[in-house]
Design a protein around this ligand. Structure first.
Ligand code: SF4
Ligand code: MG
Length: 283
């Protein structure tokens, strides 16, 4: 049950992504998984490197495409626990179409976004999550676009598990990832994960001052979608905890012809010679 693989991350010291890595490792162990039962698929960005830093099956995909790959893996072998991970640029700019459709499709996978409100790997440009007025090399006079709210988008896209956490609160982050893995359906967890190098506005201190825990809001009910949306709007999305959870059959439970056994165990009509021919073509 040891999810450490000994590879030293090359994130900047203090990067929020270290805690996300540790929380995934702890959560996977806590829910009783072995490394052979876990697949971590990531996109491109600083956070995309995470699939190389955890002992499990891994796939470092292309920009904005972690979710199509993760869904393909789950369709092929539903016995695997599949986690997709990436950054806010990856998931909410180039990958937003996949994110929205994955949420309404409701496959039984978990999507963890390391949201630092900036592009880190390309040395600090404005992302769809950057706040109004955010100054970077791509917006020298400050961003004039409104920041996207991933959690509001998740609520209107039919996601059945919508949660937000903070890198600095590893206890909450681990528990949230555990709940996401155990949820039967698509779970999205947006993690405020500060970029200490290129975002000098949304820092650890800034989040500590501005985040509200949903458990501190009297009468908060995560099964009430209207209350979830109102709470996000009233708090500028700066809340942590399980925002919304709903029981709905997952794609795996609904899709016809899939119930008996996963694709990976089905007989294939592919002749061994043809298979070899296909492999040769790509070698
Ligand atoms: Fe982390 Fe930012 Fe450094 Fe990338 S540039 S590793 S996001 S601190
Ligand atoms: Mg980012």
């Amino acid at each position: 049950k040891d999810f450490r693989n000994g590879v030293k991350p090359n994130w900047c010291p203090g990067c929020g992504d270290f805690s996300v890595q540790a929380a995934i490792q702890r959560a996977a162990a806590n829910v009783g998984l072995t490394p052979e039962e876990l697949v971590l698929v990531s996109g491109i960005g600083c956070s995309g490197r995470i699939s190389g830093y955890i002992r499990s099956y891994g796939f470092h995909g292309v920009h904005g495409r972690a979710l199509p790959i993760a869904q393909g893996v789950k369709m092929a072998n539903r016995d695997l626990t599949v986690i997709a991970a990436g950054g806010d640029g990856d998931g909410f700019a180039i990958g937003i179409g996949h994110t929205i459709h994955a949420m309404r499709r409701n496959m039984d996978i978990t999507y963890i976004v390391m949201d630092n409100q900036v592009y880190g790997l390309t040395k600090g440009q404005t992302s769809p999550r950057s706040d109004d007025g955010f100054v970077t090399s791509s917006t020298p006079d400050g961003s004039i676009e409104r920041a996207l709210s991933p959690m509001e988008t998740a609520l209107i896209s039919g996601a059945t598990f919508v949660a937000q956490s903070f890198s600095s609160d590893i206890k909450d982050l681990t528990a949230t990832i555990e709940a996401g893995i155990q949820h039967k359906g698509f779970s999205i967890i947006n993690v405020y994960s500060p970029c200490v190098t290129y975002n000098k506005v949304n820092t650890y201190e800034w989040f500590k001052e501005n985040l509200t825990k949903l458990t501190d809001i009297d009468g908060y009910d995560p099964t009430n979608r209207t209350m979830a949306m109102n709470t996000l709007m009233e708090n500028n999305s700066l809340v942590t905890g399980i925002i919304y959870q709903e029981e709905r059959p997952s794609y795996q439970e609904m899709v016809k012809g899939y119930a008996d056994k996963p694709l990976v165990q089905s007989q294939t009509n592919l002749e061994p010679e043809l298979f070899q021919e296909l492999v040769n073509e790509f070698m």
